[in-house]
Each structure stands twice: as structure tokens, then as C-alpha cells.
Ligand binder design. Sequence first.
Ligand SMILES: [Zn+2]
Length: 336
Amino acid sequence: MVDKDRNNMSEYKGYPVKNTYKYLGIKLNSQMSPITGLEETIKKLEIYLTRNNWINKNTLTPKSLLGLSMYFQRSRVIYGMACFLDMKNIIESVERANLKYTKSILGLVNQVNSDRLRVILNRPMDRHCLWVLMRENIRKYKNHFGEDPWIFNKIDSEYTKWLYSQAGKEEATKMIAVEKDNYGKFKWLISEYSIKALAKEDGIELSDGYREISNRKYYMAWDKRDGHMIRYLVNHGFFKARFIMTCKYCGEANSRTHVTNNCPAFDKLRARTWNDLDEIKKGRIKEEIRYKGDLEKALLDVYFKPGPDCVKQLEVLKKFSLQLVITNAKKMDSNS
Ligand SMILES: [Zn+2]
């Protein structure tokens, strides 16, 4: 019994009245919301934010670090939450907490843009994963009990509408038709639309094969440069105008675009990087000309629009991300 009307009764018809009630592992409060339990779980998991610093990141690949965070943190926060998809605050808490742990395990500050990091790490919105799970549960329920759990209809139709808006009517109908026989495929496709929507909002152009290639080839071995590459991609570093508004080398407006494409302090690095890209491409037109001097775009394309040479090209991006930080540090030293 939960005291919804706050009558302060200790007993009702012989049942004890409580403030919270645990049902199937989820603690519900008097408003039938899991927020109290969720907040407790998140609070308990805060300990990992400290422990994440202790992990020897030299021996673990970002892939295994993410695996650890998925296993110990995300799985606990997300447990049972498919039932509460209609509670916006719950889902937002779940997503915020999950990304906080992911950032912490990768050694990133919490301020980095979460949506962009999701695209980089190929990680869809938790709400979309939960929706897929919710539909699977609805299907199982119908099969088992022979009745419709109508309470979920409203939220299900909201997400179905989202899918229609993303995939178009024809494609969405096809996807829903395969769902019953191929749950995995449906899940993959929903994740794909989730990532695409995030990328679009952030102005990132993704190639069609991005998710598959990223799954198979990115972050396969430990590489110290990965952290620098991720930081460059999320646009978080000395080039951020929010930290330093004007470039300390030339006085122009500071930005990632500025240091990558225009700043004279990085001329040498820029020329070297164009060369490196040309060596892989071996095209008739030089990459610098093909990209009209937009090295930032060329480097983002390396990551987000991977081609057959993606591993070699990624090498150029990693080298650049690290050298950018080193060059900056050296110049700072010599200036002081
Ligand atoms: Zn500059």
C-alpha cells in the first residue's frame, strides 16, 4: 500500500501503508513514479565517478572501458525503465546519468556535448533503446496473457510517430513489419535513426555505412591518441571560444575551425596533414583543393564518412589531434 493522498495512515485494511514500495526490483513512490529509486541508484553509482579515475586506462581499450560502463553503470540505471517511458523527467535523468558515467570513464569532463558524444561513440538515445524494449515486452505480454496492455498505447504511438517522421511512412511501415521476426534488425535500424537525428541536429554529416564501420573498426586497440581525437571531435579544447574568445596567436576569433583551417600558428601541421591525406588518397586532385582548404571538414569526413581506407585515414586524424595539442603546448611554453 502506498499513501498517495498522504493520509498518514500506518495501516489500511490490514496492509501496512508505506511511502515507497518495491515492485519487481523497482522502487515506486506514492505517485507511482520510480524517481526516488532511480535517484538512489544514481547516487550509489556516484562512487564509480571516483573509481573511474583509478582505472588504468593504459591497459584497457576505449571499447572495453565503454563495456565496463555499460555493464556496471548503464545496466543498473536503465533497469526496468522501459515501463516509464511516458515520464519525461525519468527518461532525461536516465540519459543524463548514463552519459555522465561514460564521460567519466573516458576521462572527459561532464561539460562536453552529450549528443555529439553519442554520435561519436555510436550510441543511440537511451529512450529509443527503451522504446524498442518496451515494444518487445508488449508483444510478449500480448502473447502470454492474450490481452492488450493499453496503458502503453499512448507513448508507443508517440514514438511510432517519431519513427514515421524520421524514416518516412513507407520505410517505417516496412520496419514495423520486420520487427516481429527480426527484433535485432529492428533494434539496429531504430538506433540508426536515433544517431542520424542527433547528427542532423548537430550539423554532422554521416555516411550510410558509418555505424557499421565504426562498430567493426573504431577503437579496436588501445591508443593514447584516442582521447585527443574524441576531444577534437566533440569540439572541446584550447580552441573553444567559450574558454578563450580570441586566438592567442593571431588575435582572430578563436574556434576549432580557426585553428584547423586558418591560424598561421598551425601552418606547418596543416600542410603535413594535407600531405598525409593525399598519400592515402592518391587522387588526381589534391585533397586541399578538393576540400577548398577546409581541413576541418576533411578531418570530420575521415571519421564520420569512413571509406575503404578508413583505418589509415583515422591514423591521420589521430596524429593531427595529438599534434594540435602538442603544438599548442609548445607554443604556449615558448611564449611564456
Ligand atoms: Zn589564430
